[in-house]
Ligand binder design. Sequence first.
Ligand code: BDR
Ligand code: CA
Length: 310
Amino acid sequence: MSIPVIVDCDPGHDDVFALWFAAGHPSLELLAVTTVGGNVPIEHTSRNARVALTVAGVEGVPVAAGATGPLSRTLATAEWIHGENGLGGPELPEPSEPLDERGATELIAETLLAASEPVAIIATGPITNVAILLRERPELADRIREIVWMGGSTERGNVTPYAEFNAWVDPEALAIVVASGIRFTMVGLNVTHHALVTPAVRERLAAVDNRTARFGDELLEFFCRTNDEVFGMPDGPLHDPVAVAVLADPGSVELVHTRLDVELAGTETAGATSVDFDGMLKREPNAWVAVGLDVDRFWAAVEASVSRLA
Ligand code: BDR
Ligand code: CA
């Protein structure tokens, strides 16, 4: 039995690998993809998501565009990592399918209503679309099996000292989603910084040698270079696929049920995720937080997914 999933993303190099991981994994059934302004503006993320599916030969999965920016802040993008078009490196083919005419929240709502069982949402960008859905269609909450989100950190950030990019772009959206009562899993930098694209990982993925792997290798070349330039991390951390691993291969990611809060007001710490492992705040646990990754098992699963694609 596979888990039906919707991927909400802002491609972005690592988002593309998250899409491929989900599309190629037999434990998951990719029903729909929605996009958000994040790494780059929505025009690019919406095209890039379709490019990712086209390269991989994935057909019949609708892609709809969602929020152009966060609920109440100005969009800040990350061209310094992902390039001007969000997928620096390879030449991008024309997407084989047009953008779905429905907006992201409409596509998610209709997908949830049409499914015969609750659907999981994997979010790998600012979580604006999901917050809008929950605000506009709260009656659909029980049709969502769970939400797994790449973002946040139990430690330090990557865009300010204490905030991770996806959390920092739209912390208000994150607060709405965490408060919804739907099972929520945060996959933060504390684990994704172990999903490093080492030379050995690159070789291993490139050796798959299908169209997806070859395109992916050009993406990784660019991504590792910018991560080296910006963070001094030549083995770039491939964040977003780790969120997919939580559902595709649950044994590969260790989770802890704990208290998660997001900083909305801090002058220096907006978007910081506060994870109260020690129960100091005496608040009820409200989230699952990833604390460990079986790195070899993770890459083996990513590689296997890529090998099942075109
Ligand atoms: C997250 O921010 C984006 O740049 C990546 O795609 C990932 O989702 C990492 O902080
Ligand atoms: Ca992303």
